[in-house]
Ligand binder design. Structure first.
Ligand code: SF4
Length: 220
């Protein structure tokens, strides 16, 4: 069997990496090198917290980890003009307002993917790694088509090979595996806007649960 090729794997967080690293190691075609580049994360404390879990998990599998120094200003510059977005309650799906907010969020996330994947390509180039991929395409909360299109464009620009994927059907497995390993699981994507959106969406769900409970009360 030929020697596995190195793969620069942009890694957003440890839970998502649980459905990449074991399989990549077992298949033996690639030798993953985890590249942690997530300037999108709102605070350095949170950046370090997610990184510590990534390191611990990757090292338990014998996978090397390289982390980019945190620079949230670089991310803020990348998303200038695309800040914020109102929450997207499911009850409003289909409305014009929902679509406007969704489009705005998609544009901001695309700029965010582009930044992180470009940094991954630069890392791969600097270390002579010829293939790049990302763990981003696990979460159903991400725009996976955008991720893969940007991955292909960035790889082409840097004359690298891309390994696009869509692992949203394995999201449940990432939850199971990370829970079994007692991993820290963040409850928002990373940026300050995603934190506010996630909180607001939780409030909407809570209000809906309370309304449903109240409706079930005798005499209601
Ligand atoms: S929601 Fe996530 S992917 Fe989108 S801009 Fe914020 S951190 Fe980036």
């Amino acid at each position: 069997m030929s020697k596995p090729k190195k793969l620069a794997l942009h890694t957003c967080c440890a839970p998502c990496s649980t459905v990449f690293l074991p399989e990549l190691i077992e298949e033996g075609q690639f030798q993953p090198v985890v590249f942690y580049a997530n300037d999108n994360i709102d605070t350095e404390e949170e950046y370090d917290k997610r990184l510590a879990v990534v390191r611990e998990y990757a090292q338990s599998l014998g996978v090397a980890v390289v982390a980019k120094p945190y620079d949230h200003q670089a991310w803020q510059k990348a998303v200038v003009g695309l800040e914020g977005a109102a929450p997207l309650p499911e009850s409003e799906r289909g409305s014009e307002e929902y679509q406007v907010n969704l489009d705005r969020r998609r544009a901001r996330c695309a700029a965010c993917y582009d930044l992180r994947l470009s940094q991954t390509a630069q890392f791969a180039k600097a270390y002579g790694i010829k293939v790049m991929g990302s763990t981003l395409a696990v979460s159903p909360y991400q725009f996976v088509d955008e991720i893969n299109a940007i991955l292909l464009d960035v790889a082409k620009a840097y004359r690298l090979k891309a390994a696009p994927c869509d692992l949203r059907d394995r999201y449940h497995l990432s939850i199971e595996r990370s829970r079994a390993l007692h991993m820290y699981r963040q409850n928002y994507c990373g940026c300050e806007y995603s934190k506010a959106e996630a909180e607001s969406e939780r409030q909407v769900r809570k209000a809906a649960r309370q309304a449903a409970k109240a409706a079930l009360k005798p005499g209601a």
